[in-house]
Ligand binder design. Structure first.
Ligand SMILES: Cc1cc2nc3c(=O)[nH]c(=O)nc-3n(C[C@H](O)[C@H](O)[C@H](O)COP(=O)(O)O)c2cc1C
Length: 198
């Protein structure tokens, strides 16, 4: 089994989403001997915001690309190859302002490519990234799995829809939640790790 672990928190070793993501990876490795792990820290060399040259490169056929367009499409080609090579993808998701971090959004902008990871068929859009298992490791200051703030969690609904649009529909979510709430913060990580069932 090939595991791809996407690290997206800027908080390095302090990151709860990373600690939970690592725990998920370790349980996956324990469950299947010989599994390999590719860790990609998206904060180390962030994917660029999409500029005109990137978008032009996506829509220009290979044979018509200039050296500039070839250079621009490289980030996307590499990210897609890395994604397609994986069987399991573990994605750390620190909630920033009720949504996913921009490092992760930039990665999504580079892997969502018509003709490569999805296509428009007669029956509408079809995701082409099939047969993957995805784990989301979401970390939040408040509580969003239930209660009054659930409606304001734009991380899980967005990722379920977006990854599903690309064909990744088998998604399991684990949460470290309430890390900023004194009554919950101490137990938040141990509780999240104890909940992992792979
Ligand atoms: C820039 C920033 C924005 C945040 N926005 C929210 C938020 O909207 N809601 C929330 O519950 N927590 C918010 N938090 C708290 C984080 O979600 C929490 O610290 C989480 O543990 C971050 O993930 P990490 O530990 O993997 O870095 C925010 C933290 C930062 C640094």
């Amino acid at each position: 089994m090939k595991i791809l672990h996407l690290v997206t928190s800027s908080r390095g070793a302090q990151s709860f989403s990373k600690k939970l993501g690592v725990a998920i990876v370790e349980k996956l490795q324990a469950a299947e001997a010989g599994s390999t792990v590719q860790t990609h820290d998206l904060t180390a060399t962030p994917f660029p915001h999409l500029e005109e040259v990137h978008i032009n490169s996506f829509y220009t056929p290979l044979e018509a690309r200039t050296p500039e367009l070839n250079a621009a499409v490289k980030h996307s080609d590499e990210a897609i190859a890395e994604l397609l090579a994986a069987d399991v993808i573990v994605i750390d998701v620190p909630m920033y302002n009720f949504n996913i971090p921009s490092t992760l959004k930039a990665w999504i902008d580079h892997i969502a490519r018509a003709g490569k990871t999805f296509r428009y068929g007669e029956g509408g859009p079809e995701g082409l990234v099939k047969g993957k298992k995805v784990y989301l490791s979401i970390s939040t200051g408040g509580v969003y799995s239930e209660g009054p703030m659930k409606a304001y969690d734009f991380t899980e609904p967005y990722l379920r829809f977006m990854l599903g649009f690309l064909g990744m529909t088998d998604i399991t979510v684990y949460r470290v939640e309430g890390v900023n709430l004194p009554s919950l913060q101490d137990a938040a990580l141990p509780k999240a790790i104890a909940a992992i069932a792979v």
